[in-house]
Design a protein around this ligand. Structure first.
Ligand code: FAD
Length: 488
């Protein structure tokens, strides 16, 4: 039995641990924080339970496929409900666009806004389904060491249908004219950390995922997925060490021989480093064993960081549903303030999740649990005053657009931003979602899964393949575990 160490207990680390244990290894996960889950941790205060990071459960097939590898189903660990509507976009006080769960309902909404758009939507989603099927089968399930890995008949035959060389923005614009429909169709790719004009139209597969496969919620919160995966891992023999920050990695004879944790050496036969790649390399590894230089990392386009408010409100807010996107200001201006001229945004778009609309267990009766998220550039100067300024701004806009008083009813509030991402997760420049999935940072062009100089070290997580998001993190962990198992 080889001794395998996994640094980090986010979704990629949990997935890697499960697959490495299934392959017959003795696996230990080292996590610097006091609880597992990484960016998907949770906390409870005053009767509210807040998921700290992810809130959108998309691509249920990927979660099912993960659990099925172990003879399990997602329902063995949590109850999923489909949200109806999936989400709503708030363009103005009286201009709200809900996305129904059923295709008929969605087509009716499109048709009511733009004549003839339902047929175009069907075509758009059919193309999205093709990209999703090919993408999930052939593009994400490979370690991406070389382009030759993608030389599969389906990929070669459909290379033009995969739409790699034009942007999501122009693809959407070819189909829809109304600015609200365009915003709706561009929104899903924001999950990949880049703007619609800078991301290949291949990723309109996200529209298929968001619209056709539905928006789901695990009752009890996203943390139920973490708990389920930890339970599965434990049943496979994985050991978890929390409050165990890895200080550095020990390399002997060109191989990882141990980790330095809390002042002691922990011997190991192989390593999966699933914390932020930049930190794993630049801080834990001696310089001669790193894949990349500091300049390489500086040159990368990072997905945004974010300013989050976890808010408890002592009443219900009628206008909100589970997922609410406040798109009443300009996405173009906001995106320039994230990517082109990194600065605190002048009038940002924001997102509010109110899981208490679906789940009675996340807030005291009659109250609302709100997760308010403003995407911001990485590396910004993060101070209590700035956070407070934005809290007041978004509260004011939320009150106006929801036509309700909210600020006076807030009974709990906590903020989270750039400095917390750095301190809690060793996140480079405080990034929230890893690297942007731009064309220049796709597949082989991403930081590679393997350490090129050390045979028994692999990376997993949102800075390597396939990319940011919970489903890709599950896949990344599997790829890293499979590759390491072949190499020890
Ligand atoms: C606010 C927010 C909202 C999001 N929303 C969504 C969403 O709705 N849907 C979706 O699919 N995705 C979403 N994402 C993205 C998704 O959460 C991430 O892509 C995914 O959880 C990343 O998992 P990971 O394993 O790569 O990294 P992490 O979750 O960051 O795990 C890495 C772990 O490594 C640990 N670590 C770091 N350094 C060390 C060290 N030296 N020693 C020991 N441990 C260490 C960290 O503490 C951390 O626990 C969101 C992310 C954020 C931040």
């Amino acid at each position: 039995m080889a001794k395998i160490s996994v640094i980090g207990s986010g979704f990629s680390g949990l997935s890697a641990a499960c697959f490495a244990a299934k392959a017959g290894n003795d696996v230990t996960v080292y996590e610097k924080n006091s609880t597992v889950g990484g960016r998907a941790r949770s906390f409870s205060e005053q009767g509210f339970m807040f998921d700290m990071g992810p809130s959108w459960y998309w691509m249920p097939d990927i979660f099912e496929s993960f659990f099925s590898e172990f003879g399990k189903k997602a329902s063995d660990y949590y109850d999923l409900v489909q949200l109806e509507p999936g989400f709503q976009i708030i363009f103005g006080k009286d201009d709200v666009l809900p996305l129904p769960a059923s295709m008929n309902g969605i087509e009716e909404v499109f048709e009511s806004i733009e004549k003839g758009s339902a047929v175009k939507l069907r075509k758009f989603l059919a193309e999205g389904k093709y990209k999703y099927d090919v993408g999930m089968k052939h593009l994400v399930n490979t370690p991406s060491y070389s382009w030759l890995e993608f030389a599969k008949p389906d990929v070669i035959k459909g290379v033009f249908r995969l739409d790699v060389f034009r942007s999501v923005k122009s693809h959407v614009a070819d189909h829809f004219t109304d600015p609200r429909l365009r915003a709706l169709m561009e929104f899903p790719v924001l999950f990949l950390g880049a703007m619609p004009d800078n991301i290949p139209a291949l990723y309109s597969l996200m529209n298929y995922a968001a619209i056709s496969l539905g928006t789901w919620y695990p009752m009890g919160g996203m943390v139920k997925i973490v708990e389920g995966m930890q339970q599965l891992a434990t049943s496979l023999g994985v050991k978890f060490r929390t409050n165990a920050a890895v200080d550095h990695v020990i390399v002997e004879g060109g191989k990882i021989s141990g980790l330095h944790v809390n002042g002691a050496k922990e011997p190991t036969d192989g390593l999966i480093a699933s914390g932020d790649y930049n930190h794993m390399e630049q801080k834990l590894l001696p310089a001669q064993y790193r894949n990349y230089s500091a300049e390489y990392w500086d040159d990368k386009t990072f997905a945004p960081s974010c300013l989050i408010f976890y808010v408890g409100v002592n009443k219900k807010i009628k206008k909100l549903i589970h997922h609410n996107l406040f798109f009443d200001t300009s996405l173009d201006v906001h995106s320039k303030e994230i990517y082109q001229n990194p600065s605190w945004p002048s009038d940002p778009l924001f997102y509010v999740c109110a899981p208490s609309k679906t789940d009675p267990n996340v807030a005291p009766e009659g109250m609302e649990n709100l997760f308010v998220l403003i995407p911001v550039a990485t590396g910004l100067k993060d101070t209590p005053d700035v956070r407070e300024e934005y809290y007041r701004k978004v509260m004011k806009r939320m009150e106006l657009l929801c036509d309700d008083t909210i600020a006076d009813h807030v009974v709990y509030k906590k903020s989270y931003c750039v400095n917390d991402f750095v301190n809690d997760y060793n996140a480079f420049k405080g990034n929230a979602y890893g690297l942007a999935n731009t064309l220049r940072q796709t597949a082989v062009l991403k930081p590679t899964l393997r350490n090129k100089k050390i045979k028994n070290m692999f990376y997993a997580g949102q800075l390597t393949v396939p990319g940011p998001g919970v489903p890709p993190a599950l896949i990344s962990g599997r790829l890293a575990a499979e590759e390491l198992t072949k190499n020890i």
